[in-house]
Design a protein around this ligand. Structure first.
Ligand code: ATP
Length: 454
């Protein structure tokens, strides 16, 4: 068995896509291995597919070097590691957009089985860190050396980080989903994609919820069709590989040159770690508990901000009080591209208890989803005069309220119910703003009711 890991082949301006390079390597291995098998075996035997699966692994979305979605790829193949290495190296060298100096391809080949025990714990840990943390090129080269993995690179070879992580991912990660990607004819790359919108919406409806994030019904967007100059025509994501393929088949479009199913960690929230407001660091993504500390505020550009505060120092289960003025706070943001999600955030009130999820960047949590745990249901207001229905006035410091005209009085503010536009449970950004690795609520497994966007 051989595991081929590759990364960093594409350029923001010039296109290409590492999934495509992986699909081409798999195709060449199939052709070469099947040809060899046929010449050595009885001509009547159907050749066996040497490719077990292709993994599309999304690494830490906060990494600055990424082109777009920080994807790394692994090919699990039943073939000679030397052959796999030379085929992968040639394909990478010919397809990677190395004219762009920010493209730094890397290839790592492991000549062992894909079973849990065959992939070393060390390599699995490297993959785990690549998903949640930041690594150096030297971390990758040292690990490759320790395990005798063959490697190749161009440019500064940063791609070896992702390539090695893609090898370790099969042991490191537990939850997997699928993406069925259809590719364009090379002559069409860079031209507008010819895809029938209505057929995309109909196919998405047909496949939902086994497939998700195919379209954004609220924004009227075909999310599965990229806008970049690369080779992808559309990518259908979901929990069921057969349904993903069937949805792709239902889409009417320009000719599909080739297609490939990928096993992925997309839609799993594997980038999130449990954290506390006082200890978060930039460039990592968290699940945080806290209380809304300031009224949500819409700023220039339509971005919505509020502050989240840690619990009271006296009691973990209580919101911070005036005595907790020094308690840590974290700015949370729902940026303009998150569209209708911002209405959910604007509906929050001071005192609501939340679990907030997202990446911390420049000291701000970029919200991907949040769970309302407790809603503030009442508020304290100046009392209304029971006789004339007008708002009372203060009767002086600590002397309650009174109505001058009717001579009625009240000892303190009144408690009245507030109408809330939110319910307890999980809210999320819409499909058009979803990060590849973020888990859509429709996938289930959440610890409270869900309010999925579709
Ligand atoms: P696309 O999504 O279009 O395929 P990309 O967003 O995957 O592109 P790459 O071109 O692969 O971006 O660039 C990401 C680079 O960052 C790679 O060289 C990869 O090895 C490196 N990298 C990935 N994760 C980490 C990490 N956690 N720490 C340091 N470097 C990383």
């Amino acid at each position: 068995m051989t595991i081929v890991g590759i990364d960093d082949t594409d350029s923001r301006e010039r296109g290409m896509c590492t999934t495509y390079v992986a699909a081409r390597i798999a195709e060449r291995l199939r052709r070469t291995c099947c040809r060899d098998e046929q010449t050595s075996a009885d001509a009547h035997d159907a050749p066996t597919d040497p490719i077990d699966r292709l993994l599309l692994v999304r690494l830490n979305p906060a990494v600055e070097y990424k082109t777009r979605g920080n994807a790394a790829l692994a090919i699990h193949a039943d073939c000679d590691p030397d052959l796999a290495f030379s085929v992968a190296r040639e394909t990478l060298a010919s397809l990677a957009e190395t004219v762009d100096e920010r493209t730094n391809p890397g290839l790592v080949v492991a000549d062992h089985d894909v079973h849990q025990t065959a992939i070393s714990g060390d390599v699995a840990e490297f993959a785990e860190r690549a998903v949640r943390d930041h690594l150096e090129i030297e971390d990758a080269t040292a690990c490759c050396e320790r395990h005798g993995y063959r490697s190749w690179h161009a440019g500064n070879g940063r791609g070896r980080i992702g390539a090695l992580a893609a090898i370790g991912a099969w042991r490191a990660l537990e939850e997997w989903t699928y993406e069925f990607i259809s590719y364009r004819e090379p002559d069409s790359w860079g031209t507008p994609r010819q895809v029938d919108r209505e057929s995309v919406f109909a196919a998405a409806e047909w496949g939902y919820p086994d497939v998700w994030d195919t379209v954004d019904r609220g924004e009227g967007e075909t999310v599965c069709v990229p806008h970049t100059p690369g080779p992808i025509l559309h990518g259908i994501r979901g929990d069921d590989a057969t349904v993903a393929r069937a949805v792709a088949d239902r889409i009417e479009s320009e000719p599909v040159a080739s297609s490939q199913l990928f096993v992925t960690n997309q839609g799993t929230d594997v980038h999130l770690r449990e954290g506390a407001i006082e200890t978060v660091r930039d460039g990592r993504a968290y699940r945080l508990e806290g209380w809304v500390e300031s009224e949500p505020e819409t700023r220039r550009g339509g971005h919505v901000f509020f502050e989240l505060a840690a619990a009271s120092v006296d009691d973990d289960d209580d919101p911070p009080t005036d005595d907790d003025a020094e308690q840590p706070r974290l700015e949370c943001a729902a940026f303009e591209p998150t569209k209708r999600f911002r209405d959910r955030v604007r509906a929050l009130r001071v005192g609501d208890r939340l679990t907030a999820c997202g990446e911390v960047s420049a000291g701000t949590l970029k919200l991907e989803k949040f769970a309302v745990r407790d809603l503030v249901r009442t508020e304290r207001v100046t009392p209304i005069c029971p006789d004339c229905d007008r708002t009372m006035e203060s009767a002086g410091r600590d002397q309650g309220y009174r109505c001058r005209d009717c001579e009625t009085s009240a000892p303190e503010k009144a408690t009245v119910p507030v109408d809330r536009d939110l319910e307890v449970g999980w809210y999320e950004v819409p499909p058009c703003a979803r990060r590849h690795v973020a888990k859509p609520l429709v996938r289930g497994g959440f610890d409270a009711p869900v309010h999925p966007e579709r």
